[in-house]
Write a protein that binds this ligand. Sequence first.
Ligand code: HDE
Length: 729
Amino acid sequence: MRISTTLVTCSSLIGTTLAACPFAHPEALWRRDDGPEAEAEAPTSRDHLVQAEVDDSDSYMTSDVGGPIGEQRSLRAGPRGPTMLEDFIFRQKLQHFDHERIPERVVHARGAGALGTFTSYGNWSNLTAASFLGQEGKKTPVFVRFSTVAGSKGSADTARDVHGFATRFYTDEGNFDIVGNNIPVFFIQDAIQFPDLVHSVKPSPDNEIPQAATAHDSAWDFFSNQPSTMHTLFWAMAGFGIPRSFRHMDGFGVHTFRFVKEDGSSKFVKFHLKTLQGKASLVWEEAQVVSGKNADFHRQDLFDAIASGHPPSWELAVQVVDEDKALSFGFDLLDPTKFIPEELAPLVPLGKMTLDANPVNYFAETEQISFQPGHVVRGIDFSEDPLLQGRLYSYLDTQLNRHGGPNFEQLPVNRPLPSVHNNNRDGQGQQFIHRNIHQYTPSSLSNGFPAQANETVGKGFFTAPDRTVANGGPVVRALSPTFDDVWSQPRLFFNSLTRVEQQFLVNAIRFEASHVQSELVRQNVLKQLNRVSHEVAERVATALGMTAPEPEPRYYHDNVTVGISIFNNTLPTIEGLRVGILASTASQESLKQAGELKKMLSEDGLMVTVVGESLGGGVEQTYSSADATGFDGIVVAQGAEGLFGPGARDSPLFPTGRPGQILLDGYRWGKPVAAVGRAGAGVFNETGIPKTEGVFEGEGDDIDGLVEDLEAGLKVFKFTDRFPIDEGF
Ligand code: HDE
């Protein structure tokens, strides 16, 4: 099969360059011809959206129905008279404005999108009939939307939260969505509890406080009464809740799905998207400061990385398990509060996804994209996971609410690449002009078209033909007892963290629980923690001024697994990370050196900003607006040392002590900090930074060595020995 990438342009369709043609039938735009010799070919990144773009350059302003319009003044009955009802230009403009918003997503409202390409590493027909995985080098356009969960559309990016990682593959056999998260497990086991979970974490209904935070009574009341939440909570309270950027997090399909082969046989799979930038996380104080300084921290990072030519990549991988092994690991594969440790089922890398294009219109693309776990392609099937089963209903329903009708799949960002043929008709905002007057099946009058595909004809099956369900029992409103143990895996997760990550997790629960007003809820929290680990319960209890319950060892164990720690690994690449060079506008020496440093660091793919008292001479940001949240590493240029320490001269150009504070905060938040030659020892002494790991002093004027050290430090990313650990742990 071949999908022609020859676009029939809008201008050739309607003969004008002044308007685009979003209403054209995609069949006119994408031509399919099937043929055995035809090789797979697909558009990349945003080619498939270009047909809907509107280019205003070299155009006259028109009304919504195309007539040129002029003066942007309303029509008045005399210069001082009332506005006239006949002014359709005025009415059209205001009316459209009044209807600009659609309901924000009830969860995952805050997000950012990017486009790119997925390339298959091989022909995976030994695992699945999915065509986008059927050939080495086969390319499929993708759209990814990253998000937080609880916050509203205007909330801050770095709120502590689970993060959404929703990926659409525009395959040549239709859209496939992995609507996943950056954490491989979920809070609840049954979809019927989702509204309760969300109501508990959202702001209080009386005062709409707190925004984008779980540090409040109702959230922890629910968590502590619903212990299936413990596992996901542990991940969210560790670094996974506050990633450094969308680029530095993994994605997980969470549920078990099925891969179905051409012969109809199927296996269970878990989807993973492994970041090739490495996992990296902020520390909590830093994340809180970022929330205030730059609410757009993550979306800006993604946009800038792509715009500046550092496209992030992920590897799509699966864990494959025979269906009769669903219960063989000591937990149930249908239970979404469990992940499969890698040593039990290795990751099979299937291909690589690279995001290399930014949306050109946030609303049309990122806001209108309508993901659904129910968007699967032939070769991929669901499992009986009760959370997934509920999502198959909820996402369709939510799109109907957001878009006001059933034709949202016809929006440019939602359209599949192949043309759509069925008897679904009409409805609000219908974009297509269907010619078939026999819009029903079966029909002799339409010669049986569109014909119904099946396993042998027309490549049509979704449900695995050999699929069976382990059932036969009575109809029950209950979960299987194989879902009962919700404490062993949070413990496995905790055991697999480094000591300092365990401390971060404990500190995060301390922070959240200390915001809980109710003594009863705090006790319930300790009770649940104690089932996972007496140590965690005790450590949290000390901060709450309470006593942990007696140990409850039923689920205690010392097992560990791999791939959990964020801080234990060095990053495979530093491309796209940000470095601040602290210079002084008053010192030519520092400006010259800042320029040299910038050149060297930029050549290695870093995004570098020179900071000084005022702009000019290579300075791009002033001390009045700079702070440590903007940089992953900091270097002080020689000649700027007078700006640091208590002896530094106050300046009306920036808040007192700001240069020193940037350096000190960078140090306190675990970042590599460096100073060239003479500046070295001086600035560190003045700002009270001890000479420890990740604090680099250049020898004399040698900036080569210092750049090398700093870059090695950036790979470490966070120097965690700077963070104190509870005594005795
Ligand atoms: Fe969602 N979820 N969810 N969710 N979810 C939505 O769909 C829902 C769940 C996830 O960037 C909504 O279009 C139910 C798990 C992401 O557009 C809504 C249940 C996972 C996104 C919805 C879950 C997710 C959503 C809100 C329990 C990880 C953002 C607007 C059964 C595997 C997608 C929308 C985007 C969005 C319902 C649980 C991930 C209301 C009922 C588990 C990444 O339909």
